[in-house]
Design a protein around this ligand. Structure first.
Ligand code: ATP
Length: 237
C-alpha cells in the first residue's frame, strides 16, 4: 500500500481546470518527484494533499485512510508536513524558535528543545540558531523551512522547490539529507525544477503538464519519454 495515494483529483478555478483526474502515489521510504512546466498544477496538487484546497472531485489517502475532507491541522496529525515555494517562516522569530513552534505542536512536545537541537545540528544550522529568520539568505531560509517541517517529525514530507536559491554546495548537502531521511523511512514528495537534483535523488517521478499526469515512472524511464521531452525536459535531460 502506498503511503500517499491521490485518486482522480480535479480542481477547477472558475473555468480553468488546474488539475484533471490526477492520480499519483508516493511509497513509504522513497523519494517521489513531481515535475512539470510552470503552471502545470504542482503547487495546486500540494495544496490538495495538505488540505489547503478542497478538490472539486477525487480523493486523498494517507496510509490507506481517506483524508480528503480533513483540514491541514488534522492532516498534520496524520504525519504530514510541508514547505512552501514562497518562504513562510515567522520572520521575527529566531531560527530555533521557528523550529520550536513546530516541535511543540508535534507528538514529542516534552522533548521539543532536544529534538530542535538535533535537527539544527543535522542540517548544519546550529550556528544560525539565534539568528532572526528575516535576515537569512534564501538558501539558508529554505533549509530552515525544511528543518521546521522535520521538527514535526513527519511520516510524509512535502517539499515545494526546496533547492531554489541554494548554491551548488547547499544543494549537494541537501540531496544527502533527503537520501538519509528516506533511508530512515520518511516518505518524501518533492516539487523541484533543478533536474540534476531531481534525477539524482528521486526513486519515482510523476510528470504533470496542463493539469494532467503525462508520465509516471523511474527517472531513467522518464528522461527518455518522448512526451515528457516535448512538454518539459527538452535539452535539459
Ligand atoms: N487561486 C487561483 N485562482 C485561479 N487560478 C489559479 C489559482 N492558483 C493557480 N491557478 C492556476 O492553476 C494552474 C496551476 O497553477 P500551479 O501554481 O498549481 O502550477 P505549478 O505547476 O505549481 O507552477 P509553478 O512551477 O510556476 O509553481 C495555473 O494555470 C494557474 O494560473
Amino acid at each position: 500500500m502506498a503511503l500517499l495515494e491521490v485518486r482522480e483529483v480535479t480542481v477547477a478555478f472558475g473555468g480553468v481546470r488546474a488539475l484533471s483526474d490526477v492520480a499519483i502515489s508516493a511509497e513509504q521510504g522513497r523519494i517521489t518527484g513531481l515535475i512539470g512546466p510552470n503552471g502545470a498544477g504542482k503547487s495546486t496538487l500540494f495544496d490538495v494533499i495538505t488540505g489547503l484546497r478542497r478538490p472539486s472531485s477525487g480523493q486523498v489517502f494517507i496510509e490507506g485512510r481517506e483524508v480528503t475532507r480533513l483540514g491541514p491541522t488534522r492532516r498534520s496529525r496524520h504525519g504530514l508536513a510541508r514547505t512552501f515555494q514562497r518562504l513562510e517562516l515567522f520572520g521575527r522569530l529566531t531560527v530555533r524558535d521557528n523550529l520550536l513552534v513546530a516541535a511543540e505542536l508535534g507528538s514529542n512536545r516534552r522533548h521539543a528543545a532536544e529534538l530542535v537541537d538535533q535537527i539544527l545540528d543535522r542540517l548544519g544550522l546550529t550556528r544560525l540558531a539565534d539568528t532572526s529568520s528575516d535576515t537569512l539568505s534564501t538558501g539558508a531560509a529554505r533549509l530552515v523551512e525544511v528543518a521546521r517541517a522535520l521538527a514535526a517529525q513527519p511520516k510524509l514530507l512535502l517539499l515545494d522547490e526546496p533547492a531554489a536559491g541554494q548554491d551548488p554546495e547547499e544543494t549537494e548537502r541537501f540531496a544527502d539529507l533527503l537520501r538519509s531521511l528516506a533511508a530512515e523511512g520518511t516518505t518524501v514528495l518533492i516539487v523541484e525544477h533543478d533536474m540534476d537534483l531531481v534525477m539524482s535523488v528521486c526513486d519515482d517521478l510523476h510528470v504533470l503538464d496542463l493539469g494532467k499526469v503525462i508520465a509516471s515512472g523511474p527517472p531513467e524511464e522518464i528522461r527518455r519519454n518522448e512526451q515528457v521531452l516535448a512538454a518539459y525536459l527538452g535539452d535539459a535531460a
